[in-house]
Design a protein around this ligand. Structure first.
Ligand SMILES: Nc1ncnc2c1ncn2[C@@H]1O[C@H](COP(=O)(O)OP(=O)(O)O)[C@@H](O)[C@H]1O
Ligand SMILES: [Mg+2]
Length: 465
């Protein structure tokens, strides 16, 4: 393959056929898995746990890559192999092109110090050290002089809005603040890669939202590469540029939130996502339709009037040079312009009549615009071009078929498939040692929708408002 600079820079982290099998006969289990990839039943009797099986993915620089799965699905095992805290049974982990599975302990420690920080669920703060000293801990380990350490730690605390609490002890802070100290510690370390294992899972929902927002903001500012682990689908959808869904040690799908919602790779994923608030995830571009009447701004008002008659709509969408969206012209305005003898639509095109949203606007934020808009809401792309329109009917039917958890679904809920597709914490996969496998969280199955909801199509057709 010819040399291309982006090949080296595009991914910060690359995982290839990565496995972790716990148990004495891991090698035998590996052999079986390699020869028959789905042959888990052949592992019975070996008393091994296949925690991670054949993981393959790349994390792009500056991306938030979420790994989502139920308790026991192998997330922590996976993330611990990413920074070498656990060595894989098989496979490679490359950080900036270096296979860390081949590094000697000292080289590995150096790489961790310089390139990867980790944020844990339970903060791991030291109770007798000030917030400032906690934030600067990684720098202390790295042997930085005190003054420099303080400065960097303070700067990191400022980023998370905690510089006012620098001299406090962790116990004087709320849970949300403590977790932000954990975040500050990772930021102070100045590494490009941050691994976050259920970092926000212990927080109350509202506080959790706050720290999620903060992470998104920091991410936009600092462009860190983040691997974020969660068992919470909504958190995954909020944070993830891309999401890897894990089940029983295997990554069953990798995609954007929208891809996973609209095109789940199998029943398991479909069921997992059935109760998510889609209106927050799906964006205008997922529900928009082709606009019926579009005219060029240089057209005469008679053309506009004709298109209005033909399409039986109350406004035409007017575009200018480079297809840039300029606004709409109503039937009344077009008729008046004909009487006034105008030559084009330049002076009568208006953005007052029809609301405009961006193609990335969440569906939830379009309802108000749609309610105020007598004709379908205009959707513009980042270049300002008319990408599509959203008739109110479309939005309402989208809402109906999307709110799968309200009982107002257009699809008929069916009992869960018996054929083992129902997501569970999968204790049984500690093959031959069922029941001995600990999970972090005994009620993991409570997070899973009890019913399978047939996947409605979100691209609704027909009908203009
Ligand atoms: N040190 C270990 N020894 C044996 N089994 C383990 C060990 N750590 C985790 N496991 C098992 O590996 C599977 C995956 O665990 P883990 O990676 O912690 O999942 P998650 O983080 O998704 O909850 C589970 O069945 C768990 O019991
Ligand atoms: Mg875990």
């Amino acid at each position: 393959m010819p040399y291309a600079p982006w090949m080296e820079t595009v991914s910060a982290l690359r995982v290839k056929s990565l496995y972790k099998v716990y148990g004495n006969r891991a090698d035998k289990a590996m052999e079986i898995l390699r020869n028959s990839p789905d042959g888990d039943e052949k592992l019975a009797g070996l008393r091994v746990t296949t925690a991670v099986v054949d993981a393959n993915f790349e994390v792009r620089r500056g991306e938030i890559f979420v790994v989502m799965g139920l308790s026991g699905s192998g997330k922590s095992t996976l993330i611990r192999m990413l920074n070498g805290l656990l060595s894989p049974t098989h496979g490679t982990v490359e950080i900036d092109g270096v296979d860390i599975t081949k590094l000697k302990p000292a080289a590995l420690r150096k790489l961790r110090r310089e390139k990867i920080s980790m944020v844990f669920q339970h903060f791991a703060l030291q109770p007798h050290r000030s917030v400032l000293d906690n934030a600067g801990y990684a720098l202390e380990v790295a042997g930085l002089p005190r003054a420099e350490r303080r400065e960097k730690a303070l700067q990191a605390l400022r980023m998370v809005g905690l510089d006012g609490s620098a001299d406090k002890l962790p116990q004087e802070l709320s849970g949300g603040m403590r977790q932000r100290v954990g975040l500050a510690r990772a930021l102070a370390a100045g590494t490009d890669i941050m691994l976050m294992d259920e970092a926000f899972s212990a927080l109350d929902p509202l506080i959790r939202r706050e720290v999620q927002d903060q992470l998104i903001e920091l991410q936009a500012e600092l462009g860190k590469t983040i691997v974020f682990i969660t068992h919470d689908l909504n958190e995954a959808m909020r944070l993830g540029d891309r999401i890897a869904v894990m089940r029983a040690g295997r990554i069953v799908q990798i995609g954007t939130a929208e891809e996973i919602l609209t095109d789940p790779s199998n029943d398991y994923v479909a069921q997992f996502v059935a109760d998510v608030d889609r209106t927050r995830i799906l964006t205008a571009s997922a529900v928009m339709e082709r606009p019926l009447g579009v005219v060029d701004v240089d057209s005469g008002p008679r053309v506009a009037a004709r298109v209005l008659r033909e399409t039986q709509t109350s406004a035409v969408y007017v575009t200018g040079r480079d297809k840039r969206y300029l606004g709409t012209v109503t039937a009344d305005a077009a008729a008046q312009a004909v009487r006034d003898g105008r030559k084009n639509l330049q002076e009568i095109v208006s953005t007052d009549h029809v609301r405009t949203v961006e193609d990335t606007t969440p569906v939830a934020d379009i309802f108000a615009a749609a309610a105020q808009s007598p004709a379908p809401v205009a959707v513009v792309d980042p270049a300002g071009r008319l990408a599509g329109v959203i008739p109110r009917v479309t939005l309402l039917s989208a809402l109906g078929s999307l709110s799968a958890d309200t009982g107002e679904t257009t699809a008929t809920p069916e009992p869960a498939d018996e054929a083992g597709t129902a997501p569970t914490a999968d204790p049984t996969r500690a093959v031959g040692a069922a029941g001995t496998a600990p999970t972090e969280n005994g009620n993991a199955t409570a997070e899973v929708p009890a019913q399978v909801v047939a996947e409605p199509s979100v691209r609704l057709t027909g009908g203009s408002a």
